[in-house]
Every structure is written in C-alpha cells, then in structure tokens.
Design a protein around this ligand. Structure first.
Ligand code: IDP
Ligand code: MG
Length: 138
C-alpha cells in the first residue's frame, strides 16, 4: 500500500528533513518518489478542500504552504496510511504522543505541525496527483 506525505516548510526550516526521513527508513517504508516543489495557491485549494477546515485556519495554512518549497513523498509499506498517521501523531503537536514526529519535534502554532500524511486510502492517489502535477507548481 502507498501513502502520500509532505514535509512542511517549518520542518525544512528547522533542519528536520533527515530526522523525518530516517524514521521512514527505520520503519521499513520504501520511498517511491520524493521531490522538492514550490506549490501554488491553486494547489493548496485542491489539497485542503476538506470542508472541516475553518477559513481562518485555511488562510494561514495557505500562506505557510505556498511561500516556501515543500517535500512531497510517496511511501510504500504494509498498511502505510495507518502507519504514517500513527507515526506523525495528533494534529496539535502539544497533544501528540512522544515517539511521534509531531510529539517529538513539534511546537506551536498548531498549523506549523511539520508534516502532512494522507488521512485515508481513498485520497492518497488524488493528493499525490495534485502535488506532482507541474500545472500546480508556483
Ligand atoms: P492533519 O494534518 O493532522 O490531518 P487536518 O485536520 O487535516 O490535520 O488539518 C490540516 C492542517 O490544518 C493541519 O495539519 C494543520 O496544519 C492545520 N490545522 C488543523 N486544525 C488546526 C487548528 O485548530 N489550528 C491551526 N491549524 C490547524
Ligand atoms: Mg488531514
């Protein structure tokens, strides 16, 4: 099974790329694709189209996710979607368990929580397609 992950700008700024990728390797996940891309606002609207996000949060997220490059990764492994969600931890880093990426490295504000991982199997392909589509680059 595959899942889709984004290393967010705050993680890149803090020099955490190596730490995060090491965890994927240690867990036995395979990196199928990895690219640094500066994404557009149009991409952000596609990626965060969930109606659950309130507009204020979305607005801040859009600024953060489109100002600096992101690292998009396709990972493969048994139950990769579930495994990744467990490895990243709760959305609010202050609530995330130690041992998770957000729990070990995350701070506030909540929207700068280092990493994205697909919520469900149904959206993995779509999220990867949007991210790697050159038409959604900045
Ligand atoms: P997830 O990344 O853990 O799946 P989602 O609920 O899908 O969390 O929200 C997408 C992103 O929106 C989060 O990763 C975070 O950056 C931001 N976000 C979600 N809820 C909040 C909040 O209450 N305050 C600030 N940012 C939030
Ligand atoms: Mg989500």
């Amino acid at each position: 099974m595959e899942t889709f992950v984004i290393i967010k700008p705050d993680a890149i700024r803090r020099g955490l790329i190596g730490n995060i990728i090491k965890r994927f390797e240690q867990k036995g996940l395979t990196i199928l694709r990895i690219e640094l891309r500066l994404k557009s606002r149009a991409w952000c609207a596609l990626h965060y189209s969930s109606p659950d996000l309130n507009s204020q949060i979305y607005h801040r997220l859009k600024e953060v996710m489109t100002r600096q490059p992101l690292i998009g990764i396709v990972l493969e492994g048994e139950k990769a979607v579930t495994v990744l969600r467990r490895m990243i931890g709760a959305t609010d880093s202050t609530q995330a368990w130690p041992g998770t990426i957000r729990g070990d490295f995350g701070t506030l504000p909540v929207h700068e929580n280092l990493i994205h991982a697909s919520d469900s199997e149904d959206i993995v392909e779509q999220e990867a397609k949007y991210f790697f589509d050159p038409r959604t680059d900045c």
